[in-house]
Design a protein around this ligand. Structure first.
Ligand code: FE2
Length: 369
């Protein structure tokens, strides 16, 4: 199949989470992850059926949204999925053209191109389906000068105390990983290639990353001149239940597994987040034995990495440091990765085995292995 011309995507505009209690989630992402709460939509801004909070840190924008009544069209999604990512919005030059191209190439439409005008200007968007109940919204805000989007006002300055706001040094979204059902990875890789014109980067098969119990297969697609990277995982047969199956079981289908957030100083970022009680996965101390011999010289202090549980991987372009949080809700579903790249563009393949074993220890505690 020939490579499709890429729909001109600029970058990830924002990630929208649908959650049970947006007000409390905003408190969590502000006080634990270091996001600033910048905008609000709800009854006080004449939005009748849902509440929304817009959070920013570096170039990252999260939107946390909750229904206010049972008759909200997405209310049942909370029973099915729990809290999770509903939409990954992509900034585009031309919403109508992006939508038309995507639909022509087989995307399923959710919301056709819409232009909303308010006192702050013109906001344009359109939405297509992605894996599971996840969607992609094409957004253009070139002619919009409000704080986020129509319906949102700047946050009431009396809501949060500026003295308690401490950014954690998170700068950008590095990649967003989707878990899809067994046997459907290639279908979704083809969706990104054929509909959005993404290119495929690298693939891991279960030989690369199987542990005694669980295995997965993963392929990475990228678009927006490399600024948008979406690894797609599917479960592979292991002796027992894989972490991907566990996710799909508890999430009620395919969905976003983790969002990797980039920092330039992972040691400070993780130290700050730990001080705020963010829980991270830990690999065994043996991981740090002979690490210097395996990895070579790096700028960071190996003692800091071992103390905080930060992992390192090297390839021919450089190295990368990474660490994973535990799931951020009671369901073992969405979690976050904190990543610092020093040349390397990889996803930490060298760490997969140690990590999966760490995840499986958590699964064993949950009784889901
Ligand atoms: Fe990742």
């Amino acid at each position: 199949m020939t490579q499709q011309e890429e729909i001109p995507l600029r970058k990830i505009d924002h990630v929208r989470f649908f959650v049970g209690n947006a007000r409390q989630s905003a408190y969590f992402y502000r006080n634990a992850y270091g996001f600033d709460v910048v905008a609000y939509a709800g009854l006080e801004t004449r939005v009748r059926n849902e509440a929304g909070y817009v959070l920013r840190q570096g170039g990252i924008t999260f939107v946390l949204q909750s229904p206010l009544r049972a008759n909200h069209p997405d209310a049942s999604r909370l029973i099915l999925h729990g809290d999770g990512v509903a939409d990954i919005a992509l900034s585009v030059d031309d919403v109508r053209r992006s939508w038309n191209l995507a639909i022509e190439r087989g995307a399923v439409g959710v919301i056709g191109p819409k232009t909303i005008e308010d006192e702050h200007g013109v906001y344009e968007y359109a939405t297509i389906r992605a894996y599971g109940d996840t969607t992609h919204t094409f957004v253009n805000r070139d002619r919009y000068h409000g704080v986020f989007a129509p319906g949102y006002d700047a946050i009431d300055p009396s809501r949060y105390n500026p003295a308690t706001y401490h950014p954690a040094g998170l700068l950008a979204i590095d990649h967003i990983v989707g878990n899809v059902e067994e046997g459907r990875m290639n279908e979704w890789v083809d969706f990104y290639r054929n509909v959005l014109g993404f290119s495929q980067l690298v693939s891991f098969d279960d030989q690369d990353i199987s542990t005694e119990y669980s295995a997965l297969m993963s392929k990475v697609v990228q678009g927006g001149a490399g600024r948008i990277k979406f690894p797609i995982n599917e479960p592979a047969r292991g002796r027992r239940r894989s972490q991907i199956e566990e996710y799909i079981d508890f999430y009620g289908g395919a969905g976003v597994q983790h969002i990797a957030l980039a920092t330039n100083d992972i040691v400070s970022t993780v130290r700050a987040m730990k001080a705020n009680d963010v829980s991270f996965l830990r690999v065994p101390p043996t991981y740090y034995e002979n690490l210097r011999e395996r990895i070579g010289d790096i700028r960071e202090d190996f003692n800091d990495l071992a103390e905080l549980g930060i992992l390192v991987d090297r390839d021919d372009e450089g190295y990368m440091l990474q660490i994973f949080t535990k799931p951020v809700q009671d369901r073992p579903t969405l979690f976050f990765e904190i990543i610092q790249r020093v040349g390397s563009r990889s996803f930490g393949k060298g760490n997969f085995k140690a990590l999966f074993e760490a995840i499986e220890r958590e699964q064993a505690v949950r009784g889901t292995l």
